[in-house]
Design a protein around this ligand. Structure first.
Ligand SMILES: [Zn+2]
Length: 152
């Protein structure tokens, strides 16, 4: 399952592996601690606040604010063809942060720290090294999700 995150994955099979199944269905999931209600993304089996291992998945809206961003001109190996490209760290409304590529509905010139954005999970079946990534889109953009309860 974690091969979706890259050919070589150092993420062990774990209690949060359902995250990948949800992503494949277009659902962005964080975890919520059953002991103290702390909510975090990416999912963590053990609560960073109270260390409890009792958690449940919580669906994220993907809404958030730009925490910071950068346009990359000297790309790392494997990303040369994309350069220059813009990435942003998004502070998610439900808690936690993620790194996302700039989507088609936004222009790097109009990006600003603190602006509202919508994160959309993407799965690229054609690039063997990278299958899952996120894009930031204009606030209010929606994306196609699988129907509820379809976790396959
Ligand atoms: Zn907790």
């Amino acid at each position: 399952m974690f091969s979706w995150f890259g050919q070589v994955s150092f993420v062990p099979f774990s209690k949060v592996m359902e995250f990948a199944r949800h992503l494949k269905n277009g659902r962005l999931m964080g975890t919520k601690c059953k002991s103290c209600s702390y909510t975090i993304f990416p999912p963590r089996a053990d609560c960073p606040e109270c260390m409890s291992g009792d958690f449940e998945f919580k669906e994220y809206s993907g809404k958030g604010k730009v925490f910071t961003y950068s346009t990359i001109a000297a790309a790392p190996t494997g990303f040369e063809a994309l350069a220059p490209y813009t990435v942003a760290v998004v502070e998610l409304d439900e808690g936690g942060r993620l790194l996302a590529m700039l989507g088609d509905t936004l222009d790097a010139a109009t990006l600003d720290i603190g602006m509202d954005v919508q994160v959309v999970p993407r799965i690229d079946e054609e690039v063997p090294q990278i299958k899952v990534y996120y894009t930031i889109e204009k606030a209010g953009v929606t994306w196609k999700k699988a129907p509820p309860h379809t976790v396959d």
